[in-house]
Design a binder for this molecule. Sequence first.
Ligand code: SF4
Length: 438
Amino acid sequence: MISKSLATVNPCSMCMPMGSVLVFRGIEGCMPLFHGSQGCSTYMRLYLAHHFREPVDIASTALSEKGAVYGGSANLMQGLKNVIKGYNPKVIGIATTCLAETIGDDVPQIVREFQAQELLAKDVIIISVSTPSYAASHEVGYRVALKALIQTIAKKSKPNGRINMLVGSIISPADVRFLRRLFDDWGLGYILMPDISETFDAILSQDLPLIPKGGTPLEDIRDTANSKATLTIGGWVQEPGAGNYLENEFKVPHVALPLPIGLEFTDRLAANLEELTGLSMPECYERERGRLLDTMVDAHKILADVKTAVYGDTEMVLGITRIMTELGMKPQIVATGAANPAFAENAAELAPGSKVMMETDFSQIATEASSRDIELLVGPFMGRGIARKENIPLLRVGLPNHDRYGASHQLLLGYEGSMNLVEGMANALLEGRERGTT
Ligand code: SF4
């Protein structure tokens, strides 16, 4: 059964512009700028800094009452000037917040005027995305930013023989590093975008650059138009995005895949890589697959028939739901804060009989959890209120995670990441039993 909320208490999603930052920060030399009131930038900087344990700069045009009445053009122009002078970026990613959207600023037009007037703008690519939080969640903000970057920068030239690997939903820096390792080991020529592996998980250094090092190089983004194929990893149930644009505009064939969590979904990624490259899976991953199977058999006696609730971002929730069913677990609640009918349809298929919830909040999840004998919660830390109240162990996965360390290093993808998940769930249950929570 599918439910949809009309009002929200403690939403199971975050603000739309926040998703755009996860993409902009994965591009080399890119600085995010919010066009709106200052609090949006302050809140999202802190939110991301607590999760990644990294400093996160997000500029703001700091609209006040005057801007709200007369329009924010002057603030945006000044903000662009300040960002260029202060940060010397290669790219500025502008995301609107609710106020700028409500007053109806024509951001692309203001940017064109700025580019026409300002010499400063000549070497900087400026991209703007419309991200009103009252319209959609952080997940949609992520995808519109990814598409806007490709739309603005990709240019047709000669074929490069590479494969575009678009990271279609929010994963950890460790997951991105895993994807890189996998493609390198497979001997693949590829373009990975966005790449937050270093920008949100930098090494300790005396030198603290204003814009973190790393990210997808601009030449690579330009070259996505010339690749032989695109895989969107974590784009399974999403609206057409960057990959579809490359297919329609530049005839680069596109396949959207689920996040490779669990056996079936990781096998699906491997099968696509085999097909695209004509090369078999490297031996070390065959062995990892075998170890995952062994781990699943080992943990089966703890996990089989356990009633679970899984919530968070759409693609991650679907991947986790799939591995739960592979383990013989019984997902009872499969929930997301996003409005995504394809999610609901696929969740109902993956976990028949479960309560599928979209556009949901934690008050609704709590109500459902209390009536369904849930034994294990899996999702971001915001479910801890339910965990405490209902005395249910919680395995923290995904974004945000503010009350534990290690979110940047949490590997959930591939056979190895799936093994971490299986062991994490088994151990959370065992710890819960020891504490008397189940
Ligand atoms: S809901 Fe809108 S105004 Fe509020 S913090 Fe999010 S983006 Fe800013």
